[in-house]
Design a protein around this ligand. Structure first.
Ligand code: ATP
Ligand code: MG
Length: 323
């Protein structure tokens, strides 16, 4: 097989980096598999030169969109994993009865597992439901089980039904000897009592938006619901990011959707977008996040870039929150 590296210096052998080789072979075109690979190698090399700033205070973030299947869970787990990989202490709360995030972290969650269901209904404190993810030392996960699907009915008559998650999370964060840099909450696809509990417990919402034709439909409803939460359960709540997912670089549609969102929500849209990637979809079936399952893949690199972009916004977010 031909050696693709080149000697470029008289003084000694200089081997091209992987991204230089890929760019030389495939050119700088971003469309097509080769171009995408070259771009993502380049992006990873840039990431390797950067350090993730630690937020001065714990950032509490809910990943929400009432629309189903837009990439909430994929986004929440891979950002959390990217932060943990960068050495941040992360607490992940799976607030979806489907338990997809728990699966992605490789945590078995049959009914009966101590979970957010028991925590939110005050049967156990949060620390009793914590589990470690095998792949990340600095990541703690509170899993979910199917039983959580009964919670909205079970708490409906309680006076403090809007604040159950906030109160139990506050109590845990105050009592824990560990300082968390990020708390990430994966929400179910609704705007029910569970999601309102998440909105009451966090400072920030990040909205994953799938790059597809109906992307903007429903978004204004979501933004109104978040505004309603600001006026009700949580006056200190901001939308700190909107992340476009399943972006297909070969289509004009993806580009158009991104541009429309950037026009409507210029302050919150993240520059990074997440490409469509089979590996991102495959990873959970192996009980892994893409960060470990496909460490060099374009989807993974994009999630690391998004994690860094969000981390770099920490000071701005703290200012917006008045801290
Ligand atoms: P739900 O509303 O059911 O909770 P969700 O908003 O959490 O869904 P995900 O479960 O993250 O969405 O993603 C929906 C489906 O799309 C999953 O099968 C997931 O593996 C897949 N998926 C997510 N992101 C990508 C991507 N960038 N490329 C390809 N497939 C993806
Ligand atoms: Mg989900």
């Amino acid at each position: 097989m031909a050696d693709v590296s080149r000697e470029t210096s008289d003084a000694g052998e200089h081997f091209e980096t992987a991204s230089e080789v890929l760019s030389r072979i495939f050119g700088n075109s971003s469309s097509g598999v080769g171009g995408e690979l070259a771009q993502s190698h380049l992006a990873q090399e840039k990431l390797d030169e950067q350090t993730f700033p630690k937020p001065k205070q714990t950032r509490l973030i809910a990943f929400a969109n009432q629309k189903g299947g837009v990439g909430k869970t994929t986004t929440a787990v891979n950002l959390a994993a990217a932060w943990a990989e960068a050495g941040m202490n992360v607490l992940f709360i799976d607030l979806d009865p489907q338990g997809n995030a728990s699966s992605a972290f490789g945590i078995p969650h049959p009914v009966g597992t101590p979970s957010i269901y028991d925590v939110i209904e005050k049967r156990i404190p949060m620390q009793d439901a914590l589990q470690k993810s095998d792949h990340f030392d600095t990541l703690d996960v509170v899993p979910s089980t199917l039983s959580l699907s009964g919670t909205e009915l079970e708490i409906a008559d309680l006076d403090d039904r809007w604040f159950l998650l906030r109160d139990t999370l506050d109590a845990y964060l105050k009592s824990s000897s560990k300082h968390y840099d990020y708390v990430a909450i994966d929400c179910p696809p609704s705007i029910g009592l569970l999601v309102l509990n998440a909105l009451g417990a966090v400072h920030e919402v990040i909205i994953p938006v799938q790059a597809q034709y109906y992307a903007l439909e429903g978004l204004s409803q979501l933004v109104s619901s978040i505004e309603a939460a600001q006026n009700g359960v949580n006056p200190h709540l901001i939308i700190s990011g909107m992340l476009v997912t399943m972006y297909d670089r070969r289509t004009v549609l993806s580009k158009n959707v991104y541009e429309q969102l950037a026009e409507h929500y210029p302050d919150v849209i993240l520059k990074t977008y997440i490409p469509s990637s089979v590996k991102l979809a495959e990873a959970p079936s192996f009980g892994e996040t893409a960060i470990t399952y496909d460490p060099k893949g374009p989807g993974t690199v994009a999630y690391r870039e998004a994690a860094l972009e969000i981390a770099k916004r920490s000071d701005k977010v703290m200012k917006m929150l008045g801290n």
